[in-house]
Ligand binder design. Structure first.
Ligand SMILES: [Zn+2]
Length: 597
């Protein structure tokens, strides 16, 4: 197995036992305790009602919406886009557990080596730029610019701002002195290879914004030109550790406030974000000058219920606000929108009106759909056809609303704005109501995720019921399995049982390479909670079904033998076979009767 070749099973088990999945998930997602498990909004698929569940006792999770399930490693791998060895080594580092020496030393994409090396370079560069900005003579230009933008030293420290000096090879020589291999530096995006040989710094004469990931590690930079350089804002190129679409600038600084206020404010620019934080709006994050993507929306919805998008008060700002609507609809996440007065951005507006008025206006942000309807309707022409066309344009959005209540409310709003009777709008909606896409949530996906059959029930029992291993694993029962997947899971369980005297679902998940199998395991382990099946009747019923199945097999074999003996006319043996048959039938009857009672 590729994943276990890197670390030993015992090392992996040790790391797993030292962390609590509930704590790890809670770092990035708001979880609520409901009964025996925790519930939250799944970060891996669009949803409005929580179907993502965590079981603390078993240390596994499962989403009944998208079907993804697993243990702490699976969660971190999917959430942070890490490989299995990366996840293990990261957790080990967090816990202060030294990593075992591995034999293969060549870093590849799969291994932790390359990304670690790249992160270390970013960290060194960040320190270099930061030191220059705060203390060196060469950083004066950067300091002056910060003062001009009304930023103080505290902000520069909190966001670890830096300055990249004028000139072509400051960072190149900084790293040369440390004998860092040039190809690695190129990959980091910090320096660029010249066509005619040699290298030069990517960031020159720029104020530097280090970009942190969720784990407070620098993974890239943004730079604001202080002279005539173009573009005005420059970001690090994508690298194995830096993916623009996954990053929310300022999130690591904002996370605590977002949690506390249950609110997050999203802006687009670096200085907008700094201004908000400077004025006490510490629940703000920024996209890196791009529109919010689905990955980022999923991340945010797990952190706070009130999402406010703040847009510049110009035409591109309004267009961006309108564009964001369909993405949020697609993700089934509600948000509010605030477009600032014309020709202002959050940074300038905050300094203009002050934090109090700003806060009041922020709280008046409109629900996304209200904003959308108001803007669209504002553009409608005077003719009847224009109005009809507008209804057609709005209907898909109204249909996309998940709750009856919201639909009724917004149909009312559209009717009022367009002066068209509600009944007409409802009728238009019904007309295109085929293939309704209203989510039935947990219920529907549960039905889809159902895995029938005796074999899967055996696995389910082994996962959920403490007494089951004694009955079903002590003796090899591989004969019960015809489905290859179920058989391989059973074998792995038996192996774990031999080693540890129990089946730890979370450890089992590590042993399975295939994510589909992992999803099946987690769904089975959770079924008891969802369907509130009683353990004892479930197990005894299962054992009866197993007995019945065996009897059936024996009967079949017996019938074959009886037929062959009949042909040969051997009466003596036939008599004893027939007696056996009667016996089998009797036993079957008994089992069936006892299971009815
Ligand atoms: Zn999901």
């Amino acid at each position: 197995m590729s994943k276990t070749s890197f670390f030993s099973d015992s090392f992996i088990a040790r790391i797993k036992d030292a962390v609590n999945l509930v704590t790890i998930v809670s770092e990035v997602l708001a979880l609520k305790k409901t009964g025996r498990h925790y519930q939250g909004l799944c970060p891996f698929h669009p949803e409005k009602t929580p179907s993502f569940m965590v079981n603390e006792e078993k240390q596994i999770f499962h989403c009944f919406g998208c079907g993804l399930g697993g243990n702490v490693f699976t969660f971190l791998m999917h959430y942070h886009h890490l490989s299995f060895p990366e996840t293990v080594s990261e957790l080990a580092q967090r816990l202060g557990v030294p990593l075992p020496k591995t034999s293969s030393a060549r870093p590849t994409e799969e291994e932790p080596g390359l990304k670690e090396a790249l992160r270390s370079l970013q960290a060194q560069a960040a320190e270099y730029y930061h030191h220059l900005l705060l203390t060196e003579k060469a950083g004066r230009k950067g300091r002056e610019y910060l003062t001009y933008r009304k930023m103080n030293r505290k902000m520069a420290e909190e966001f670890y701002l830096g300055y990249a000096p004028e000139g072509w090879d400051h960072l190149v020589s900084f790293f040369k002195n440390k004998s860092i291999p040039l190809p690695l530096l190129e990959q980091s995006g910090l320096i660029i290879k010249k066509e005619k040989g040699g290298h030069y710094d990517r960031f020159r004469n720029r104020l530097i914004f280090p970009i942190f990931d969720d784990r407070r590690q620098v993974i890239g930079f943004g730079g604001r030109a202080l002279g005539e350089e173009t573009p005005k804002y420059l970001n690090s190129p994508e690298s194995p550790i830096f993916n623009k679409g996954q990053i929310l600038y300022g999130l690591s600084q904002a996370k605590a406030s977002i949690r506390g206020l249950n609110q997050v404010v999203v802006v687009e620019g670096y200085f907008d974000l700094l201004s908000l934080h400077l004025h006490g709006f510490k629940q703000a994050v920024a996209t890196l000058g791009t529109a919010l993507g689905s990955y980022q929306i999923r991340k945010l919805k797990g952190l706070a219920e009130d999402l406010i998008l703040l847009f510049d008060g110009d035409q591109p700002g309004i267009q961006a606000a309108l564009r964001s609507v369909s993405l949020f609809e697609q993700e089934r996440v509600s948000a509010r929108i605030k477009v600032l007065p014309s020709d202002t951005d959050p940074d300038s507006y905050l300094f203009q009106v002050g934090p109090e008025r700003f806060s009041a206006e922020l709280q008046q942000a409109e629900p996304m759909m209200t904003f959308f309807i108001n803007r669209q309707v504002g553009e409608v022409g005077p003719r009847v056809q224009d109005q009809a066309r507008m209804v057609d344009r709005l209907v898909p959005h109204l249909k996309g609303l998940t709750s009856e209540w919201e639909r009724a409310y917004y149909v009312g709003l559209v009717s009022q704005k367009l002066k068209i009777p509600e009944s007409v709008i409802w009728r238009t909606m019904k007309g295109s109501m085929t293939g309704e896409k209203i989510s039935k949530g947990t219920e529907k996906s549960l039905k889809e995720g159902q895995i029938p059959g005796l074999e899967w029930h055996v696995i389910e029992a082994l996962l959920r019921i403490p007494q089951a291993p004694l009955l079903l694993l002590n003796k090899d029962r591989t004969d019960l399995f015809e489905t290859p997947e179920a058989r391989s899971i059973y074998k792995t369980m038996a192996e774990l049982y031999r080693q540890n005297g129990k089946v730890d679902p979370s450890l089992l998940l590590n042993k399975l390479e295939d994510q589909t199998l992992r999803n099946q395991i987690s769904v089975l382990a959770f079924r008891g909670f969802i369907e509130s099946k009683d353990e004892e009747p479930f197990l005894s019923d299962l054992m009866k079904r197993i007995q019945l199945r065996e009897l059936q097999k024996q009967e079949k074999a017996l019938y074959r033998e009886i037929r062959s003996k009949e042909k040969l006319g051997i009466t003596e043996e036939l008599r004893s076979l027939l007696a056996l048959k009667k016996d089998l039938l009797q036993r079957r009857k008994e089992i069936l009767i006892s299971s009815k009672g």
